[in-house]
Design a protein around this ligand. Sequence first.
Ligand code: SAH
Length: 462
Amino acid sequence: MDYFPVFLDLKNKRCLLVGGGDVATRKGRMLSKAGAVLRVVAPEISSELRELVAKHNGELHEREYHSNDVTDCVLAVAATDIESLNKKISDDAKQKNIPVNVVDTPELCTYITPAVIDRSPLMIAISSGGEAPVLARLVRAKLETLIPMSYGKLAHLASRWRERVKARFDNGDSRRKFWEKILQGPAAELAMNGQDEQADKILSDEIATEDESLIQGEVYLVGGGPGDPELLTLKALRLMQQADVVLYDRLVSDGVMDLVRRDAERIYVGKRRSEHAMQQENINQLLVDLAKQGTRVLRLKGGDPFIFGRGGEEIELLAQNHIPFQVVPGITAASGCAAYAGIPLTHRDYAQSVRFVTGHLKDDSINVQWPELANPTQTIVFYMGLVGLREICESLVAHGRAATTPVALIERGTTQQQRVLIADLATIADVVESQEVHAPTLFVVGDVVRLHENLSWFKGGL
Ligand code: SAH
């Protein structure tokens, strides 16, 4: 280990910062965040740095550096672009045993600053020992996406209850188990969503109960997006990695399933057209039963759970049974497929509104208000429209939409197998019949489809 990692308490402590440009301002920002009283010395000082100095009643010295500037400081930072001056600051500080950092010059430093992920009070510092700062920054970027912004709130929950939990569990082992359960359970989710009162209520109940069997589970209704796993939200990913059981259906892509916690139990609940592996009522009931056993259940759906996803039905029964749940939106097929096909759903020249319509057949016909869809300045996106495609096109034309209106059928959108078929209302049904088309497909109708020719960018693996 080349450096010993520490976190310094700089609140109300005087820190010397020599330099007044961009780099010094950046350093000043971090020091000020930690509550340091800045003593800034430089012939010219940026306006932001001046404000930072004023914030904690620091000192501004618009002049050259003097050796005694470092006196009474707990820390010194040299951020000038004059090598000899930086060296002098470093020597002066070392002589007085004051930790000193010279920006980008490790050999003159007695300490170096890490790349930081700030979820205060939770802090993560990353360092490459000054050897590869860009690598440290890349690692930080990776971790930033893995560690939710809301972990700060979680740390506050833990700190609020720390003493009470300590008093309740004097055995360190049971205390650790208690915290592990709390920090991954419904109280943690509530705290991260800013619902402190409810989170506190759960903690006080948990502390009061001796009975382990009272542990309550919860359900995460999560949108898995249209296929490309990189389109998952950070929240979806976090919940996917902490669930005990996952209920998923056919629309959830393999790439997305790969990101579910490895040892989570997986239950396939089907949903291919008209051959449901599990009836909707049974799915609803299963969610309730699992949660009642204390399980963290992930109900993972393709796209967005509230857009043609029956998400509402699934959580209604949970609400009736007072089971905690949360809903995480996903990128719906229309947004995902349109983006990856280079078809903006609205455009000032072509479409002022967009409609998402289900082309699902009910009693052998499509139950849609056709006259409302005739407006030529409106983009229409049909979900589940492949089977009724010919009927959809004929009805649109019969109700006044031009037969030459351009249309796109997007097959397996956002995945490596994505394919986009372009035609018009009069011809698409024949084009589709002459090809082998794989579900899922999305049907987009409107003049915006013309933009595909120029804006298509995603090539997939085909
Ligand atoms: N809740 C989902 C939609 C469920 S309905 C969402 O918000 O996206 C299922 C229909 O969505 C499919 O029949 C198809 O029309 C569409 N769909 C979902 N994923 C798709 C994809 N990757 N490519 C094309 N269409 C898709």
